[in-house]
Design a protein around this ligand. Structure first.
Ligand code: HEM
Length: 516
């Protein structure tokens, strides 16, 4: 005879089975049915690319190709596109210049054509959003300016534009000069010897962003930078990792646990920084929060109008974003430019001549920077060959016509500016050769009026808010180095650009330093 207990077991058993069945159907739909159907639709619309593979999409192939490319020696060649984005180099050759790949179950149109990149980045109809960030990127950058969208983005972008506009930048120049002076002081014992500059520029760029944006020093923010550096490594290592839905919530990988721990510690340290700034006002030591970026953020956090206020987590997210974006990128630009000048000593001499004619032994002043024309050509060519940020991501919010393609809604877009910068059809057969003179008649002339052919700082409403800051810092550092030193490449240098979100020299950049 069936008891009530048996009945309950039967009912709860069937509920469990139907829940499990429902979950399986959902997973099957997400990981197989939806991508397969979308793939079919996109093939019919003329999109080509590697076929979708269960769960992983194209990511396993991408990781394999990247591993193989990293193992191939590069010599001293500047032909870095096949090394850093081997899958894009390969697939854009065998399919189409703009092809379809799969970031796990998500369709992703890879764009290597300048015209399409321009259309997406300019986003005249407001179709292309930044999309949902990967969890690891969110841990690194919070919901800061690089990631945020809509009103929240617009509010902070206004603050950042103000904090880094030309007049504010002028006030930052002396801090930049001071940072370079202390770096050159550190270099004195190494005169006539080998020096590794990537690490040197890490300290410099960290010191400069700390002083100019956060009113502190590298030493004060040291633990934040160290933790951000670890988070960067973890975010980069897990960029293409895919997991079965739900599994990553039940079983966290060591990297996830470590990222969560670091995320919390970074938050605590930044909240401390914010509190110290607030206390200066509450204790009467200062009558405002300050006019640097942190001061403006804290002010926005205390806005009298409630719906204008930004939360403490927003302030933390922006600080993380600027600690990262303000340091890693310029660090990379400086290291690659010094490498190029160490190899191409004729251009080093040209740049030094210009610096001597303009500045003699004086430190650069704000108005001098625009007059360093040869330096601008060299920096542009360095940014073309070794763009610190080699890609940009977007998502189509709705169905849209892109070039001659009909793009379905919710497809991700991956723009490879590295591919565009290394495209011989745009730059000519000497595309991999350092030729700063390409830019001598201006960027428009170098790109034959195709403005999206040169995208080191992006384009359109989401372009880089710190581009002038980065160029000013790079010019000051290079000018002051050239005033004091000549340098050649050390025999110890091994050319191995690697992507750890930005492009880094895997083994550093070693140069021999000769005082002049
Ligand atoms: C050589 C140095 C730099 C390079 C190559 C670079 C590159 C870029 C690129 C390509 C973008 C556009 C991303 C996209 O469209 O998705 C971007 C955005 C951004 N950059 Fe930079 N950047 C540099 C320096 C800096 C500095 C020094 C700062 C801060 C002081 C900064 C802060 C930002 C921020 C906050 C954004 C997001 C802007 C927005 O979405 O509104 N960058 N950067």
């Amino acid at each position: 005879m069936t008891t009530t207990r048996d009945l309950m077991i039967l009912v709860s058993g069937s509920v469990c089975v139907s829940l499990l069945f429902g979950a399986l159907i959902k997973i099957f739909h997400k990981l197989w049915w939806a991508p397969s159907r979308l793939q079919h639709l996109m093939y019919l619309r003329g999109f080509r690319g590697p076929p979708y593979r269960f769960i992983h999409g194209s990511t396993k192939d991408i990781l394999t190709m990247q591993r193989e490319a990293m193992a191939r020696p590069l010599g001293l060649s500047h032909d870095i596109f096949p090394k850093l984005q081997p899958h894009i180099h390969y697939w854009s050759n065998i399919y189409e210049k703009n092809f379809l790949q799969w970031d796990g179950p998500q369709a992703q149109l890879v764009i290597t054509e300048a015209e399409l990149a321009k259309e997406v980045l300019n986003d005249r109809d407001g179709v292309y959003s930044k999309g949902k960030p990967k969890a690891s990127m969110k841990k690194l950058l919070g919901d800061g300016l690089v990631i945020s969208q809509g009103e929240k983005w617009a509010k902070v972008r206004k603050i950042a534009n103000f904090a880094f506009h030309a007049e504010s930048l002028k006030r930052m120049i002396p801090e930049m000069v001071m940072g370079v002076e202390s770096m050159l002081e550190r270099w004195k014992p190494l005169e006539g010897k080998e020096i590794e500059v990537y690490e040197e520029f890490r300290f410099l760029t960290a010191e400069v962003i700390s002083r100019t944006a956060f009113g502190s020093s590298y030493l004060e923010g040291k633990n934040i930078f160290e933790m951000m550096n670890k988070l960067t490594l973890l975010a980069s290592r897990n960029f293409y990792k895919q997991a079965f839905p739900g599994i990553n919530k039940l079983f966290k990988s060591d990297d996830q646990i470590e990222s969560e721990r670091l995320e919390k510690r970074v938050r605590d340290s930044i909240v401390e920084l914010i509190k110290r700034r607030e206390e200066k006002v509450t204790s009467g030591e200062e009558d405002n929060f300050g006019c640097d970026f942190l001061g403006l953020l804290v002010l926005a956090h205390h806005d009298a109008i409630e719906n204008q206020r930004i939360s403490i987590d927003d302030v933390v997210g922006e600080c993380k974003t600027f600690y990262f974006a303000g340091q890693e990128t310029t660090n990379s630009l400086l290291a690659w430019t010094v490498l190029l000048l160490a190899i191409h000593t004729d251009w080093q001499e040209e740049a030094r001549k210009e610096v001597h004619n303009l500045l003699g032994k004086q430190n650069p002043k704000p108005d001098d920077l625009v007059k360093l024309k040869t330096m601008s050509l060299i920096i542009n060519e360095s940014l073309r060959l070794y763009p610190p940020a080699i890609s940009m991501s977007r998502e189509a919010e709705r169905e849209v016509r892109l070039g001659n393609l009909n793009l379905p809604a919710n497809v991700k877009l991956f723009i490879s500016n590295l591919a565009v910068h290394h495209d011989p059809q745009i730059w000519g057969e000497d595309v991999h050769i350092l030729k700063p003179e390409r830019f001598s008649q201006g960027v428009a002339n170098a790109t034959k009026n195709n403005i999206a052919a040169f995208l080191p700082f992006g384009l359109g409403p989401r372009n880089c808010v710190g581009s002038n800051f980065a160029i000013a810092e790079a010019k000051i550092a290079l000018a002051m180095i050239l005033q004091h030193y000549a340098f050649t490449l050390s025999p110890a240098y091994v050319h191995s650009p690697v992507q750890v979100l930005t492009i880094r020299p895997e083994h550093g950049v070693q140069v021999m330093l000769q005082p002049i």
